[in-house]
Unconditional design. Sequence first.
Length: 190
Amino acid sequence: MAIDFSSKQIQDNPAYQEYVKLGVTYQKYVDQSVPYTFNRWVGFGVAFALFLLRIVYVQGWYIICYALGIYLLNLFLAFLTPKFDPSLEQEMKNESIEEGLPEDEPEDEEFKPFIRRLPEFKFWYNAIRATILSLFLSFFTIFDIPVFWPILLMYFVILFALTMRKQIQHMVKYKYLPFDFGKTKYRSRS
């Protein structure tokens, strides 16, 4: 049985009204944080450092730390990957040539800007939420599953190295750079 939140009885409930008010306030602060990129990432760094200090200090919750690391790696790879994968575009172009269909556009006709699969704000937002959740979970002993942490660390380092190597090869092959530094900057003539 699903709860119908549009009913008058639920909307008149003071607890529901406070929940809605809290949600609106939360969204307001999230929206206000958008232009402060550096400050947001400093906040993430502080939260991540607190989490790591907690893990090192209590000598436990390694499985939560590993899960957070894998999740952050997944977010980072989505952040580095273009929204429109050039390998798929090239594969579709090759198939159309093999089938004898005319090409839609000549090669190198127009500039295509780098658009990320995961925008910077969503990357930060998901990363900070996951870090705070991991910090919260590290206070409950039920999540302290005994594991031999050096194996998890070694596996994570190997996974990170292999995935980043593959991502860098993809970036070199299709000639894109997901960061702004190192790119030519043009100034307007005013």
